[in-house]
Write a new protein. Structure first.
Length: 168
């Protein structure tokens, strides 16, 4: 069983990066230059965007010629750190390893976009939220899973003590 897990999680990472790039390719060919495709009116649509910034536009005040290398550098540093964490925790419970695999896949998917395109393709838009992609979903799901599994659990309550016995 352990050998299967050693192979399954890296394959999952590769599959998720492939899924991310396949959906980005489809978005580019089908949505670029078109109006948004409404899936659920007022709630969910597909719209092609090229994100040349970082998560939630955190680097918007930085010049573009600095922004791309900085974003690539963050991801290029983060991926080996995540991979090392994943390797060191290879005997951890499966939810933690899955969370790290999801974050690794998402970071790799967006890094590949930045390296080869110069921007990240985003195409999923939920009302009142920035446009995102499959890699972003992987990162978010991984972080949430890690937080959920890492939250301390309440200690089980001890059974109430019986009342003291009367010695007589």
């Amino acid at each position: 069983m352990r050998k299967l897990q050693v192979v399954a999680l890296p394959l999952l990472v590769v599959a998720l990066v492939g899924c991310d790039h396949a959906t980005k390719g489809a978005a580019r060919s089908e949505l670029r230059g078109s109006p948004p495709t409404v899936l659920l009116r007022g709630a969910l649509d597909l719209r092609y965007t090229e994100n040349r910034d970082f998560a939630f536009s955190t680097l918007r005040s930085i010049p573009d010629d600095v922004k791309r290398p900085l974003a690539i550098g963050f991801a290029a540093l983060g991926i080996p750190l995540l991979a090392a964490w994943w390797y060191r925790r290879r005997t951890a419970p499966w939810p933690e390893r899955l969370a790290l695999a999801l974050m690794l896949a998402g970071a790799a998917g967006n890094l590949l976009d930045r390296i080869f395109r110069g921007y990240v393709i985003d195409f999923i838009h939920v009302r009142w939220w920035p446009v995102f992609n499959v890699a972003d979903i992987c990162i978010t799901a991984g972080v949430l899973l890690l937080l959920w599994k890492g939250l301390p659990r309440a200690a089980p309550r001890a059974a109430p003590c019986p009342p003291p016995r009367d010695p007589l």
